[in-house]
Design a protein around this ligand. Structure first.
Ligand SMILES: CC(C)(COP(=O)(O)OP(=O)(O)OC[C@H]1O[C@@H](n2cnc3c(N)ncnc32)[C@H](O)[C@@H]1OP(=O)(O)O)[C@@H](O)C(=O)NCCC(=O)NCCS
Length: 194
């Protein structure tokens, strides 16, 4: 973890909580936490098992593209929060047909195309409203700045008031509103860095 990220984390004054890089060995616990589907509208699509979700997280913490931060608490084995993200490049990545990231106009992205995409953000229910999500997102901003990524991109559902307020407080701006990969209405938000 680089110094800027750690300094940002310390500034959040979350006593007793440790920030570290996601390791592949965290992914079972991450997938089990995500299986509850919190923050997502239930659709008619069949519910995924935690093993399906785990399979979709292959590469996180080890391939240099898919990364994460994990928050640990002394004496507790499972992470109490995590933020998963991807290093992206609008100029060279293949986003696949219909993906909003490929459809947004060029002007939304930094000139060199490099940005970080938030993939998942989760805080254990018992640890919510202590500023952990905000601190994780600020740590991501510090990582983006120190690695020269000019933007962060994130998505939330239009009905997810907690996530919308969090992003608004942090200065994210709406760049897209509408359906994405299913019928659910979502918002794409960006924050310029640097
Ligand atoms: C959304 C979530 C990540 C927020 O985590 P958190 O650590 O509780 O958030 P924070 O304490 O950092 O809150 C930061 C700000 O977000 C807003 N916020 C967070 N939770 C909120 C809630 N339940 N209701 C209203 N506003 C909320 C508030 O403005 C808050 O600032 P404040 O406490 O000073 O008023 C957490 O509730 C969670 O993991 N939910 C399930 C998964 C999920 O929805 N992930 C996001 C998908 S886009």
């Amino acid at each position: 973890m680089n110094d800027q990220v750690m300094a940002t984390w310390r500034n959040a004054h979350l006593q007793g909580l440790i920030l570290r890089r996601l390791e592949p060995s965290d992914l079972d616990a991450v997938a089990k936490a995500l299986q509850a589907g919190e923050g997502y509208t239930q659709t008619t699509a069949p519910a995924e098992t935690w093993q399906d979700i785990r399979a979709g997280l292959a590469g996180f913490g080890e391939d240099g593209v898919n990364e994460g931060f994990v928050v640990g608490e002394g004496g507790v084995e499972a992470p109490i929060a995590f933020l998963l993200y991807r290093r992206r490049n609008r100029a060279t990545d293949d986003f696949g047909e219909g993906n909003i990231l490929g459809l947004l106009e060029d002007g939304v992205f930094p000139a060199d195309g490099r940005f970080l995409q938030v993939h998942d953000l989760w805080v254990a229910p018992r640890a919510r409203r202590r500023g952990i999500a905000r601190a994780l997102k600020r740590a991501l901003e510090a990582a983006a700045a120190s690695e020269g990524f000019g933007m962060i991109y994130t998505v939330t559902e239009t009905t997810h008031q907690a996530a919308l307020t969090l992003n608004e407080q942090l200065g994210y701006l709406e760049v897209y509103r509408g359906p994405m990969w299913d019928d659910v209405e979502r918002v794409g938000l960006t924050k310029p860095i640097g």
